[in-house]
Design a protein around this ligand. Structure first.
Ligand code: DAH
Length: 353
């Protein structure tokens, strides 16, 4: 009985050796492990005969079984190493990458050059103590014009320039029509209506004008409005504030030039030029040989504007200004066509990332 069992163990061992040596994959190898050494495998099955043996025979079979199990294990491990090495080699071969191939370019997003300019303008005014306010892009005529001392007959109110939101064939000028704001100045009115002086804020935002689009005109553009209201505000403070801004934005070498001008909502009014940064003021094609480029309009708030918001113009004074970030960005980056700012052509935009 015992001899027969030992022979059987030898046979199992031999079979295992043969089958393992011809295993072609790790999966197959694992199946063979189960088949021979598993809990219900061939060796284990044979061991269940143990209970029929005598006390002296039992350890003999036990020893033999251990030897066989050990041998099969060793063969399995050896084969496993071999198959693993093959698989690794195949994987290395199939995963092989050509390091000389050009990489896939990661395209990073960026902030639009106009947004960059507006943000830079805002940051400087915030450092100068201005807060940031927002108004409405869809406004009414009263806030856009009347309250800003712009009379009914003013050309800016013309249908030619203003987008009326509810367009009827005949616009009744006596009504307070809804319009797309043509400038950010109505934000002055809205903020003053809701607060008491002193006030010091800027109001960046979009404005709309019914203009024929060309290289320097677009039907939508931006403005940054500014307003400082307090008692005893002077023109000198306006100049000082704008010069401080210009030095922070353009550098300490630029100067500002105030030219007398006219705006209905300021008196006196000025158009303000900055030293041409292209030529340093010597004169070039950008500044049309003048050495100056116009960047904003400004002035002392007109008493009628204060009256329209219920402030006492005898007590309250202020300065206001409005600048055009498109123009500032175009001068800064030498962009010669405003339309480039709105086409979202990535070939253009990626220059500013
Ligand atoms: N609102 C003017 C415009 O649209 C710009 C402007 C000029 C604003 C002078 C002001 C100012 O506040 O004082 O052209």
């Amino acid at each position: 009985m015992i001899d027969n069992l030992i022979n059987q163990l030898d046979r199992i061992c031999k079979n295992a050796e043969e089958e393992i040596s011809s295993a072609a994959s790790l999966v197959q190898l694992s199946e063979l492990h189960t088949k021979f050494l598993g809990r219900k495998g061939l060796v284990a099955q044979l061991m269940s005969e143990m209970r029929n043996l005598s006390q002296e025979e039992k350890p003999k079979l036990g020893q033999k079984a251990n030897i066989v199990k050990n041998d099969i294990s060793k063969i399995l491990v050896k084969k496993e190493d071999e198959l693993q090495a093959n698989e690794d080699a195949e994987k290395i071969q199939s995963d092989k990458i050509d390091v000389s191939l050009p990489g896939t370019q990661q395209k990073a997003g960026g902030i639009h050059p106009l947004t960059q300019t507006i943000n830079e303008i805002i940051d400087i005014f915030v450092q100068l103590g201005f807060t940031v306010e927002e108004g409405k892009e869809i406004e009414d005529e009263w806030h856009t014009f009347d309250a800003l001392n712009i009379p009914k007959s003013h050309p800016a109110r013309d249908v030619q320039d203003t987008f009326f939101v509810k367009s009827s064939p005949e616009i009744d000028v006596s009504e307070n029509q809804t319009v797309l704001r043509t400038h950010t100045s109505p934000v002055q009115i809205r903020v003053m209506q809701n607060s008491v002086p002193p006030l010091k804020f800027i109001a960046p935002g979009r404005v709309y004008r019914n203009e024929t689009i060309d290289a320097s005109h677009y039907s939508m553009f931006h403005q940054v409005e500014g307003l400082y209201v307090n008692e005893n505000v002077t023109f000198a403070e306006l100049k000082g504030t704008l010069l401080a801004w210009a030095h922070a934005y353009y550098g300490p070498d630029v100067d500002l030039r105030f030219r007398p001008s006219y705006f209905p909502f300021t008196e006196p009014s000025a158009e303000v030029d900055v030293t041409c940064t292209m030529c340093g003021g010597k004169g070039c094609s950008v500044c049309k040989q003048t050495g100056w480029v116009e960047i904003l309009g400004a002035g002392m708030v007109h008493p009628n504007v204060f009256k329209s918001v219920g402030y006492d113009p005898e007590k309250i004074t202020g300065f206001a200004f409005g600048m055009g970030p498109e123009r500032i960005a175009m001068l800064k980056h030498r962009i010669n066509d405003i339309r480039l700012l709105y086409e979202n052509d990535t070939r253009f935009l990626k220059q500013f990332v």
